[in-house]
Structures are given as C-alpha cells and as structure tokens.
Ligand binder design. Structure first.
Ligand code: NAD
Length: 234
C-alpha cells in the first residue's frame, strides 16, 4: 500500500525547548534585536557588520544546542508515512534529529551566499567575515530570507502541501507570510493538526474544516500526536 503523505510546517517554537529563542515570545525582538535591524535588506545596508555579527552569534549558538523530543518524534513518523518537513527555521535541528526531507523556507544559518549572484551558495560553519568573498569577488552574506525578499522555496513547499494527506503545524505564530498561508494549498478537508502552547488561528486555519488544535509544547504535544498517528496505521 502506498504510504500517506504528511507535510509538517514548523516554526521557531519547535526549537524553543532546545534553547533557541522564538521572536514573538520575546516582544517581537530576535535575541534582543529589532527584526528589521537584523533581518531586512535595509538593515544590511545600514549596518553590515551588525548583521554579520548577529548571524555569526546565531551560528555559534547552534553548536551549543541539540534537537529536542519534538524534533526527534517527527523522525518516527517516517516509519509509516512519506514525510516532508517545511520549516521556517534557519537552524539545522531537524536534520540533526534525523529527518530525511527538510525544506528551509527562510534559508539556513549554516550556508553563506554571494551578494551578486544568489545561485552561489556555500556550506558555512563558522563566522562570515568582511574578507569572505564569493568566486565572483563579492562579499558573502548569510543565506537567510530577510523580510521583503522573495521566498524561492515557496513554490516547492506549496506543491508538496498540495499533495498532502495529513498536515501538521508546530510552533509558529502564523504571522509571517507567505509561510503562514501554506495550509491554503492543502487539499480541502484533510486533517490538520496544530501543536502550539499558545495557538493563534489566522483566517486560513479558521477556514480549515478538519482542524485539531493541541495546546501543548512541542516536547509533549508532538510525541502524543505521533503516537496517535502511528496507532492509526497499525
Ligand atoms: P514566532 O516567534 O513568531 O512564534 C513562535 C511560536 O512558537 C508562537 O506561536 C509560540 O506560542 C510557539 N511556541 C513557544 N514555545 C513553544 C514550544 N515550547 N513548543 C511549541 N511552540 C512553542 O515564530 P515563527 O512563526 O516561526 O516566525 C518567526 C520567524 O523568525 C521565522 O520565519 C524564522 O525564520 C525566524 N526565527 C527562526 C528561529 C530558528 O531558526 N530556530 C528562531 C527565531 C526566529
């Protein structure tokens, strides 16, 4: 029998219990910074070294944290389902937990890219400095989708969502578009599960006919949901 497709949209909340702060739980600040200062093209133009330093710190922090039970439980689903994770997170905790198919909608901390040719993307584990240039000689920047920039992985994410049999949404405030509107691409009537201790249902989710909200943290809510879904497949 063909395995059912599960699409999982994750946000900053799934990594919160690993020790990486979300930003809407910190008064709209990302690790103490106004997001427009560190996550917008204007911010980059105004103060390049502040932006580089911010992501250099995030890269350092990533080495000190580990996947939590939420990330780990999602891997379990691959035994019975065709699983695809679409994450808004720039950390690599899903990959380190062992998930095999992860689409990063907003970029990846452990990559750097050219400022003249966005197709030049490099694996990057340490600081990006002012001397780090792409092969065309331009400054490297973090491989992050900043506010106001195009979201190149959106088309693939929408396509994957459009063939989902089940959708799971975890730890996102559903404030950042277009990610927040992804559930609108899901076939109508499929079961949608939303795990978040403070769920916010926006217009798209309110319209979902088959929505189950699990108001729990990722480390308790996801294992419970995974157990229910795995039991159903027996
Ligand atoms: P957000 O900060 O807007 O919202 C976080 C959500 O997580 C909230 O709804 C909150 O109730 C929920 N939450 C808090 N603790 C939780 C827990 N223990 N378990 C489950 N849910 C929990 O996050 P967002 O919607 O992902 O949007 C923020 C944007 O900022 C993203 O696009 C992302 O690129 C970026 N960001 C990424 C990281 C990361 O990579 N880990 C961290 C901060 C921000």
């Amino acid at each position: 029998m063909k395995k059912k497709n599960i699409v999982i949209l994750t946000g900053a909340g799934i990594s919160a219990e690993s020790g990486i702060k979300t930003f809407r739980d910190s008064n709209g600040l990302w690790e103490g910074h106004d997001v427009m200062e560190v996550a917008s093209p204007q911010g980059w133009r105004n103060n390049r070294s502040l932006v580089q330093d911010f992501y250099n710190q995030r890269r350092k922090q990533l080495k000190e944290v580990s996947p939590n039970q939420g990330h780990l439980s999602l891997v379990e689903l691959e035994k019975a389902f065709n699983v695809c994770i679409i994450t808004q997170n720039v950390d690599d905790l899903h990959e380190r937990a062992g998930s095999s198919r992860v689409v990063h909608l907003h970029g990846e901390l452990l990559k750097a890219r050219s400022t003249v040719d966005p197709s030049l993307v490099y694996e990057w584990n340490d600081d990006i400095s002012e001397n780090d240039k792409c092969e065309k000689g331009s400054q490297l920047r973090p491989h992050i989708v900043w506010f106001g920039e195009a979201v190149p992985m959106l088309e693939q994410a929408a396509m994957l969502t459009s063939v989902a049999d089940i959708m799971i949404i975890v730890g996102t405030s559903l404030q950042v578009y277009p990610a927040a509107g992804l559930s609108a691409y899901a076939p109508s009537g499929i079961p949608i599960f939303y795990v978040d201790p403070f769920p916010k249902t926006n217009a798209e989710l309110n319209g979902a006919q088959n929505l189950t909200v699990i108001s729990e943290k990722a480390t308790t809510g996801i294992p419970k949901l995974v157990q229910i879904l795995m039991e159903k497949m027996k």
